[in-house]
Write a protein that binds this ligand. Structure first.
Ligand SMILES: *Cc1c(COP(=O)(O)O)cnc(C)c1O
Length: 375
């Protein structure tokens, strides 16, 4: 594949064509669909179709279909309900002004899905099948990709052990699905800095654990911390490392960056306990493109608080597919309450956000060939 070929919709179309389409016989009416797209309730409303595919140890992947969105049939003894072998991905389909529909670095999601699967002893899904499944869903439900600026179709591929067996071992049967939910801007009223609860009691993962895998279990483990943060009036929670409790790792579902007064950026290094975000990787590249040094390092909590107080750190932001880039205005715990600079949205934070969004929406150049055209 040449470096330009994924700007040609033929590539993803070819992969998508390996999935049989069985159209939904009762799709939403045009009016219903327009209403859902117009006022999306994130993760509560879904498009007409879904992808489904089954893997068996003796025979590999089969039953590759795009079919009507609907409930799954699951045996009560299905392994996932007992031992939580589940991994997922999150990416978006973007409408460009000329009517074309695109994905942002879906190959990176495919690769991460493989790494997550490996960690949970689930079978690997090839990059071609991952891309093909997502493209097939988006093509089938293209009318569900919102056209309004910053509105997208959020895609959620996932895989789980569906075998009926209470024994503990790597599964012999697995189901893969992909569903799609229209979504609006994360900050409908304009970008607003969030306050962060620094969680020092409950950890989402630990050394040798599943932190680098995008699996439901990490989220299950994060919820009591999320609740504590909410009780203290914070919108997001930052988890610290379980080994020492002194280094910042990431938010429940977003990576983190600090901006220093000399213009360099720092972000926690990928030690195995942190989810390697596609947005994180892209922000590092964009910042470097513009001449900012970016250091992947261990960020100590007390050092960060000192640097915020002294003005050494001028901006902090979080990043992930859902919110793109979110300014962080405040850090709070039982022992401190620290405002970053004036508590507003920092200039570099907002600049990087505009750059990234510009690429995703097709309004700016795509120098790294990150966008893949679906149709
Ligand atoms: C998905 C996720 C992120 C962000 O990853 P992106 O690829 O940038 O969306 C960060 N942290 C966690 C725990 C995640 O699950």
């Amino acid at each position: 594949m040449t470096s330009q070929s994924h700007h040609d919709p033929e590539y993803l179309s070819g992969l998508a064509s390996t999935f049989e389409v069985v159209p939904n016989e009762h799709p939403a009416s045009d009016e219903q669909r327009e209403a859902m797209i117009d006022k999306p309730a994130f993760g509560q409303l879904f498009s007409d179709s879904m992808v489904r595919m089954t893997w068996k140890q003796d025979g590999g992947w089969s039953d590759r279909k795009v079919e009507a969105y609907g409930p799954l049939k699951l045996d009560p003894a299905a392994t996932v309900l007992h031992y939580a072998q589940e991994v997922f991905e999150g990416l978006k389909a973007y409408h460009h002004a000329d009517g074309s529909i695109w994905l942002f670095r879906p190959d990176a999601n495919a690769e991460r899905f493989q790494n997550s699967s490996k960690r949970l002893a689930l079978p690997a899904l090839s990059t071609e099948d991952f891309l093909g499944s997502v493209a097939a869903l988006v093509k089938q439900d293209a009318a569900w990709v919102p056209t309004r600026r910053e509105y997208t179709l959020y895609l959620r591929p996932f895989m789980y052990a569906s075998e009926c067996y209470l024994g503990v071992r790597a599964p012999h049967q697995v189901d893969y699905c992909a569903i799609a939910s229209p979504s609006g801007p994360y900050f409908p009223g304009g970008v607003k800095p969030v306050s962060i609860w620094v969680e020092d009691r409950w950890f989402r993962t630990g050394p040798g654990g599943t932190g680098f895998a995008k699996c439901g279990g990490n989220y299950a483990a994060s919820l009591v911390g999320e609740n504590r943060g909410a009780q203290h009036g914070c919108e997001q929670v930052c988890f610290v490392d379980a080994a020492s409790g002194t280094y910042l790792e990431e938010l429940g579902g977003m990576n983190m960056f600090t901006v220093h007064k000399d213009g360099h950026l720092e972000t926690p290094s990928l030690t195995g306990t942190i989810l390697p975000g596609v947005t994180r990787r892209s922000v590092i590249q964009l910042a470097q493109d513009e001449g900012h040094a970016v250091t992947e390092t261990m960020i100590g909590l007390t050092d960060l608080l000192d640097d915020i107080r002294s003005g050494e750190v001028t901006e902090v932001f979080a990043c992930g597919t859902a919110a793109i880039i979110t300014p962080i205005g405040r850090f709070k715990s039982e022992n401190f309450d620290e405002t970053v600079a004036d508590g507003g949205s920092g200039p570099l934070t907002m600049h990087l956000r505009d750059e990234l969004l510009g690429i995703q929406l097709g309004e700016g150049e795509d120098p790294h060939n990150w966008m893949w055209r679906v149709c």
